[in-house]
Design a protein around this ligand. Structure first.
Ligand code: IPD
Ligand code: CA
Ligand code: CA
Length: 269
């Protein structure tokens, strides 16, 4: 059994604090959208089809400040304000995953907070803001939705399977098309919902059978992947020392379909 740097009590404190914080900033972002409407969100363009709003920045600022006050020894990496891998424990945060959906009022977005220690995510929290639900996990203690256990689907027949496939301009579009074709040829259905963290918790709760994306950043995925893993999913990512700084290919699936999906999807170029 590995010896953790922090006791379960210290991890529970981080888990509980992150749950409260994620819900608070998620609901703040929702209120801001309701008050400002689409035109008033202070949207800036970071790149082609890549946006940031005042709500993303405010949410990250609140998360960063409150975590630093509560756990001053912890490091921090956030999508909007950056940061580096710390030698002790550190947080990896996406203040709003699914910003394009958020700014248009599409109901797939949320707040993602992971805590990493000893080379692994130890705590993962997602606030699915439009439904005001908290998905969370501590490594080794199962996955929860609003405090109740959740688990992955039992789908094993590919012709009954439905997954979520994400794509961004960080990966080649022709590969995405070929992968969708390969899934289709196997009888597998797919959706694209524009929020990786939310897609991955859909796998954790058994609503979808898998989530795949050629490139995700660590802040998109770490929290949700721990929740999915604790709910029984098979998760494939690059090693943490590559994944945290650079991101990479992510597949998370119900175990009965994982070998088939790995064969169809992984390591294609
Ligand atoms: C994006 C969303 C999207 C995924 C992209 C992510 P953002 O995050 O999760 O679904 O396909 O790869 O970058 O920009 O909304 O935080
Ligand atoms: Ca994201
Ligand atoms: Ca984001």
């Amino acid at each position: 059994m590995s010896v953790k740097s922090h006791s379960n009590g210290a991890l529970t404190a981080r888990h509980d604090f992150a749950c409260t914080l994620a819900q608070k900033v998620g609901l703040q972002a929702l209120r801001y959208w309701n008050e400002q409407g689409v035109e008033g969100l202070g949207t800036e363009v970071k790149g082609l089809q890549d946006f940031v709003t005042k709500a993303d920045k405010d949410a990250e600022h609140t998360i960063r400040t409150e975590l630093a006050d509560m756990f001053p020894e912890d490091g921090f990496i956030g999508e909007e304000s950056g940061g580096e891998v710390a030698s002790g424990g550190y947080w990896v945060v996406d203040p709003i995953d699914g910003t394009s959906n958020y700014l248009r009022g599409l109901r797939h977005w949320g707040v993602s907070i992971a805590y990493v220690e000893d080379g692994e995510a130890q705590v993962g929290v997602i606030h699915d803001t439009p439904t005001d639900r908290i998905y969370s996990a501590m490594r080794g203690f199962g996955a929860k939705r609003d405090g109740s256990d959740i688990s992955v689907s039992r789908t094993s027949d590919p012709t009954m399977a439905m997954g979520i496939v994400g794509a961004s301009r960080r990966a080649p579009f022709d590969l995405y098309l070929r992968q969708l074709q390969a899934l289709y040829n196997d009888g597998i259905e797919h959706r694209k919902i524009g929020a990786a963290a939310i897609g991955i918790v859909r796998v954790a709760e058994g609503v979808a059978d898998f989530y795949y994306e050629k490139h995700l950043n660590s802040w998109d995925a770490l929290a949700a992947l721990l929740i999915a893993e604790e709910a029984g999913a098979k998760v494939v990512t690059p090693p943490m020392d590559e994944f945290v700084p650079n991101g990479g290919e992510v597949l998370c699936s119900t175990p009965a379909l994982s070998a088939r999906l790995e064969r169809i999807l992984l390591n294609e170029t």
